[in-house]
Design a protein around this ligand. Structure first.
Ligand SMILES: [Zn+2]
Length: 103
């Protein structure tokens, strides 16, 4: 079964995608620190913004909205009360459009 990173939703398809190369991990290499701990919400949010800007181009504000929509939908963040996720989010249409451009 396809696994996804609990913190950012990235597909975990090969061993190198996992934090510390551990296929039992629920996190990707980008969301974990060298010691295996999971990065902060702010760090993972910024990583997402950079990713979407590099993939989609365009405005940072839109990349932030897409990232917020993506992370807000993940169970991992539901009880974290993360300030940065409380701003403006992309609409379902904007998010679907972004996902279409990625593939
Ligand atoms: Zn991740």
């Amino acid at each position: 079964m396809q696994k996804h990173c609990a913190a950012c939703g990235m597909p975990l398809t090969k061993k190198e995608d996992f934090a510390q190369g551990d296929e039992n991990s629920n996190f990707c290499l980008y969301c974990a620190n060298a010691d295996g701990s999971v990065k902060s919400c702010d760090e993972i949010f910024e990583g997402g913004v950079q990713f979407f800007m590099s993939q989609l181009g365009g405005e940072r504000s839109m990349a932030e909205k897409i990232t917020r929509k993506n992370m807000s939908g993940l169970p991992y963040w539901q009880d974290k009360n993360c300030e940065i996720l409380k701003g403006e989010t992309a609409t379902d249409e904007e998010f679907a459009e972004a996902m279409r451009k990625l593939s």
